[in-house]
Ligand binder design. Sequence first.
Ligand code: ANZ
Length: 805
Amino acid sequence: MNKFDHKQNEQKWTQKWSETGVYDTPEIKDADAEKMYILDMFPYPSGAGLHVGHVEGYTATDILSRYNRMKGKHVMHPMGWDAFGLPSENYAIKTGIAPRINTDTAIETFTKQMNAVGLSYDWKREIGSHTEEYYKWTQWFFLFLYKKGLAYKKEAPVNWCESCKTSLANEQVIDGKCERCDNEVMQKNMNQWFFKITDYADRLIDGLKKVDWPESTKINQTNWIGRSEGAEVEFQIKNEELKVKIFTTRLDTIFGATFMVISPEHSLIKEITTNEYKHAVENYQNNAKKMTELERTSQKEKTGVFTGSYAVNPYNGKEIPIWVGDFVIATYGTGALMAVPAHDDRDFEFATKFGLNIIPVIDNGIEKLPSHEYGKLINSDEYNGLSSHDAFEKMITKAEKESFGNRKVNYKLRDWLVSRQRYWGCPIPVVYDPEGKPHLVEEKDLPVILPDDVEFLPTGESPLKYHKEFHRRVEEKYGKGWSPEVDTMDTFVDSSWYFLRFADTNNEKEFASKEKMDKWAPVDVYVGGAEHTVLHLMYSRFFTKVLFDNGFVNFDEPFMKLRHQGMILGEDSRKMSKRWGNVINPLDVVDQLGADTLRMYEMFMGPFDQMKPWSTTTIQGVRRFIDRVWNIITGENFIIADKDSIQKVEIELNKLIKKIGEDIEAFKFNTAVSEFMKFINFIEDQKMTKDQVNRFLLTIAPFAPFVAEELWFNINKFDGEFTKSNSIHSQKWPSFDSNLVQDLTVVIGVQINGKVRGEIEINIDDSDEVVKDKAITNENVAKWLESKEIKKFIYVKGKIVNIVI
Ligand code: ANZ
């Protein structure tokens, strides 16, 4: 018996599969053929190559794809590259190698590595967001959104990373730091391009009801959008013809408003600040400028200054002092709030620090102030005794009638800032006339090509600004004094529509044809890490909704089912990192133990979505399991043993087939692998028929595609000729006989006088006497029977026992 030589075996099959196109996406010809679009979040091709976390997610979708192909579905399982972006540019800055060169090298490595792991991608559909064929359409989307009124330019304070020399979206600022380089992020006013995602805020919340996603991801999206219902109310400024509008979610607490706080950027500050306080207020404003939003809102101690002015509460005419405080965000609500220190924590801190009044107006039965509890109103003649909700309704009616207030819904979600002062991204298809007014590049002139020979060292300005040829092209076409937009697009724009391109990869006339998108999209199963995905998922959903509204697609959610793989930790249970020296390179594992082992091990580690540490001993065990499969089957001489033993194997095999199918569909890959292990333990001292061996191989093929193909080919011979149609991966998934897999034991309830008092495990074939004996000797049942006489005993076969006493 020869040993399993994974190296030789894997090389051979990788080549043969590719030559024969085993994984090509089929044409959908018959209308009722079921399609299955299974997608991995396309990776950023980093120079470091595949890591074990990639392999985890990709193996899961690979198993799912192989299984569904075998189930007769038309499967599309493509792969591509999210190739633009900062890391590549930063790497270029470090090494001096142009981004296009190192990106293309990384893509080559990734492709080889993915093939080495046996991932069944349809490479004919490969895309790269950095290619002209692709980014032409990213630019088209920019024009499209602009024409629909969903793209605009405005001066705005942006998050600025001084180390990356670029602006960042809110989503890219983690705890006040740059997501990429961990540097403090500051605020800077700049002219920037935005996409109007806020128009879709409500639909982005509502659409979540339609999709099968992890609950935590849905919650993250909902929180990010941050819908909040409340009211806007105008307060008159005492002795002035001015009004300040505030936003509150707790109008019912307005009788407890003892001061007002406005943001340091509020437009009325100059007008309402009295001379006495002018100096202090200006100082305060200057200090606030130096801080990020997060720093301002997370300060331990509240800060603020008095303006010298008072506002009049429209409900009771009370005059309250107006303060400036940096915990009030200029861009949220109206940039001003009424402070109710008795019922709001931040206001309470502010009031105690500056000695301002605290008046409770809600009785919620809780002594301690403040609290966010709703309750009955007190201290307000007109509303005394009303519930918070009823008081709100009555108050808002009054405000609307007397036109000093209205209902208002606010969102935390901001418009999406899409311009970046970086080189390695998709050029924005805009040119400026000599007056500096922007004009769209015409569709026929796309793509605006990103030059390769750009000086990409960061200067705080877009590198394209200094590229002579990039400017000359524009002057030549539009005239003297015209200039190109030199900012490039956020890479999240590239990834907001890539899943549609896969449906029609080589289309030169459209980003994808309606016909092909209708056929393949939306994505049926989408897998990727949970980190960073709030942004990508939100933006993709926004794009999809815009396309739906304009008749391009017939669905408005792009990803129907979403799953996240859990993080794989190092053997020391720490996050894998060069710093800890605990990084496992999956390709080393492929080299030493084989791809089948790597795949099965990563699936076996634990529940798919959980975090789990690497274990060298366990992976050795998985390799031994693969060896046992090899040894048993190559040693099998298919001598038919007696009928009984064939039947015994048949039962276990049928159970296995059923269980594996169910586990794959439920993303329970770890239990599937342990099921295979149990089966191999069982089979070691049994004999299988050739047909049984074949069905076993078919079941394990999605998990261990190399060893399965090799054994399948050796057993079935095919006259020594391998073709697409005789590949194990082109075969039908084995069926199972439901009679054989039925469990013969069941647990049934035992009732006494109509009430369930216990449960017993019985065999379906047990006689009435046996069941009766089990019932009355059951501990719980016996307690109720004690020495009482049994008047009647009724057993409904396989269902229930009823005892009358
Ligand atoms: C009075 C009040 C009483 C409030 C109370 C809350 C509790 P969400 O839910 O996040 O929308 N607020 C309004 N504008 C603000 C701004 N620009 N920056 C910081 N805070 C602001 O928060 C809305 C509440 O946050 C508003 O309701 C307001 O305080 C404050 F017991 O008004 B509330």
